[in-house]
Write a protein that binds this ligand. Structure first.
Ligand SMILES: [Zn+2]
Length: 282
């Protein structure tokens, strides 16, 4: 079992949101808000003898960010080998949580945090009544006290539907996550970090206006899978997006719920054409 799932089970967490501050305090770890002086640091893990403490940053005024920061430090506390690695040069480790660091231990602690705050069982149960697409992600983000981005990534990993999320800045794609069901579709190109945002999309038009990103505006349109993934077949998908405010980025949710029906129709049409073909060969 994944370390974070084990913690949730052992600490008998039975409903959302998971509160990592209460969880740490239960373990005898002192948790303190840290004055907003060092903007790059999300949290600190401290050791005094056999005791541990966590300080979390408050310069971003968001419970989601603070919970994630504390959960990240708990990752260092629980994950095998972390304490030895991150406290190898002393008794203080300063973290950069939020999937921005390329360091192995920071990334592992981020994944731990996402899983701790959105444990598979509770999260998939909540998904059943959350609906689809961006509305579902917004609902679950409120329910779990997690950022829209972290929630969107977790949702994409756990859904059975064909969908993808794209994070973009201006005319560039920062990254994209595809669900398993979408990855299984053939002849799709996977979007790479730094790829240009396709010009025919609502997201491209939205990002031309940074004011809308800052205001956290919503937008929605139908889109073509070819524009995003260069498929050899034109299939209609839903494109929903929201500006991520001060973060300066946009979250786009691409859902393709009826894509199998669309493919079936195309295949039937192709079969029909094929069935007529021999008559013209005479
Ligand atoms: Zn860290």
């Amino acid at each position: 079992m994944i370390a974070a799932e084990k913690v949730v089970k052992e600490r008998a967490v039975i409903k959302l949101p998971v509160n990592p501050i209460a969880l740490a305090q239960d373990l005898g770890i002192e948790v303190l808000p840290k004055p907003a002086d060092n903007q790059g640091v999300s949290g600190i893990l401290l050791r005094r003898g056999n005791n541990f403490g966590i300080a979390y940053a408050t310069h971003i005024d968001s419970i989601g960010f603070q919970h994630f920061s504390v959960a990240h430090e708990l990752g260092h506390y629980f994950l095998p080998g972390h304490i030895d690695a991150v406290l190898s040069n002393g008794d203080v480790h300063a973290s950069h949580a939020g999937f921005a660091s390329g360091d192995r231990y920071e990334m592992e602690a981020d994944h731990f945090a996402a899983t701790l705050l959105m444990p598979r069982k509770l999260f998939t149960e909540a998904m059943l009544t959350a609906g689809d697409g961006l509305e579902a992600i917004e609902k679950l983000s409120a329910q779990c006290c997690t950022s829209l981005t972290a929630t969107a990534i977790r949702f994409t990993r756990l859904t059975r539907d064909p969908m993808a999320i794209v994070i973009s800045t201006g005319d560039r794609i920062d990254y994209c996550f595809m669900s398993e069901a979408l990855k299984e579709m053939q002849s799709l190109n996977w979007i790479r970090k730094g790829d240009p945002l396709p010009k025919a999309t609502a997201t491209y038009a939205f990002n031309q206006n940074p004011e809308r990103v800052l205001r956290a505006d919503h937008d929605e349109d139908s889109s073509d899978i070819c524009d995003w993934f260069g498929s050899d077949r034109s299939l209609s998908i839903t494109e929903q997006l929201i500006g991520l405010g001060n973060y300066g980025k946009t979250l786009t949710v691409l859902t393709a719920l009826d894509i199998e029906e669309q493919m079936k129709e195309i295949e039937e049409d192709e079969a029909l054409v094929e069935s007529w073909r021999p008559q013209f060969r005479r």
